[in-house]
Design a protein around this ligand. Structure first.
Ligand SMILES: C[S@@+](CC[C@H](N)C(=O)[O-])C[C@H]1O[C@@H](n2cnc3c(N)ncnc32)[C@H](O)[C@@H]1O
Length: 347
């Protein structure tokens, strides 16, 4: 009988080279391979793609073959020639123009997060984020480091924006939020989740509260005439007074901060919240025993390498909410990337 040590270490080999997959997808997106194939409206040869994206023929042939192996492209034999087209998912999620595109998230992963992960060993050893090493900017003020230029800020906002096109509806409908008419989305960023709220709940209005330059950029780049029920308030949620509301949304905010900062922020929210109101946390939840899901365990490492926060279990969020005064805390899993935790302020 073969011992464990003799058996073929399939998983370990896959993990060792897992980044090959990410980099292949990043590169195909960056070069615009999926956009070119979408625009052509017919299958293209490697020579046609290489010309359109301005890359070597040999490199393009290998890239297209790998994307076919990853089931992002389909290869068709035509008169002894191989022609390529996008799979349905690649057309929707990997092209720039589709409203559900993950292109901006992929770009941010490629250009920013991947560089931070280069220093994961240091992050684990030191227990701190690696912004200074990766980008040469002090990480003392996390969002000053993240928004080190206007261009970086817009990229971050586009990345934050894109995920809610995929699973925003699920998090805002995990609980029935229809009793809450005035919603304040703290750290509401581009406004993608605010839009999901106004679409799911026709009677609510949403005020986005964020740092001044984020508010300015959101108004300029992410809002349209259709977003009549969305308004803005600029400020620092740790320092400035918070607008009064029935429901406060904190989506992917607490995972950026230490427990002490979270309690400080939630206590400010509790003070501003109308009696009978509530707070909805939108986060990726770890199982109570920390045994998964794997994606969330990896997200927690991502928080280590980039922020001062972590991913948490429902009980950990409930403890933070209770420390700030919220009661009747419940959570719902959506089955997608992000889940919801609701806490109440008694009437
Ligand atoms: C990780 S992002 C989450 C964005 C959005 N809620 C989402 O899920 O797409 C955190 C947000 O909090 C905002 N933020 C960070 N520090 C802040 C502060 N002190 N006051 C107000 N907003 C802040 C950031 O600008 C950013 O928009």
């Amino acid at each position: 009988m073969a011992s464990a040590a003799d058996s073929y270490p399939k998983k370990i080999l896959e993990y060792m080279e897992g980044f090959f997959v990410s980099k292949t997808v990043f590169t195909a997106c960056e070069l615009g391979v999926f956009d070119v194939l979408l625009g052509a409206q017919r299958p293209l040869s490697a020579a046609e793609v290489s010309q359109a994206v301005g890359a070597s023929l040999d490199g393009t042939q290998r890239l297209l073959a790998a994307c076919t192996g990853l089931e992002l492209l389909e290869a068709h034999q035509d008169d002894g020639q191989v022609l390529y087209s996008n799979t349905e998912q690649a057309s929707v999620y990997l092209t720039r123009s589709n409203p559900s595109s993950l292109f901006q998230s992929i770009q941010y992963n490629s250009k920013t997060i991947y560089l931070c992960w280069h220093y994961l060993t240091d992050a684990v050893r030191e227990g701190t984020n690696q912004y200074e090493k990766a980008f040469g900017v002090s990480s003392k003020d996390l969002f000053r480091a993240l928004y080190r230029s206007d261009e970086e800020m817009v990229k971050f906002m586009q990345m934050m924006n894109s995920i809610w096109n995929i699973c925003g509806r699920d998090v805002v409908t995990a609980f029935d939020l229809s009793p809450f008419k005035v919603i304040c989305d703290l750290g509401g960023c581009s406004g993608a989740l605010a839009k999901q709220c106004t679409s799911a709940y026709p009677e609510c209005t949403v005020m986005i509260f964020d740092l001044p330059k984020v508010v300015h950029t959101s108004k300029k780049h992410f809002m349209s005439e259709a977003d009549q029920r969305i308004s803005f308030c600029q400020g620092d949620f740790f320092k400035d007074s918070l607008p009064e509301a029935d429901l406060y949304l904190l989506a992917r905010v607490l995972h950026d901060w230490t427990d002490d900062h979270c309690i400080e922020l939630l206590s400010r929210v509790y003070k501003a919240c109308k009696p009978g109101g509530a707070v909805l946390l939108v986060e990726a939840l770890l199982r109570e025993d920390g045994s998964g899901p794997l994606t969330v365990q990896l997200y927690s490492l991502n928080m280590l390498v980039q922020t001062e926060g972590r991913e948490r279990t429902p009980a950990q969020y409930a403890a933070l909410l209770a420390a700030a005064g919220f009661t009747r805390v419940r959570h719902r899993l959506t089955g997608k990337l992000y889940d919801a935790v609701l806490g109440h302020k008694e009437p």
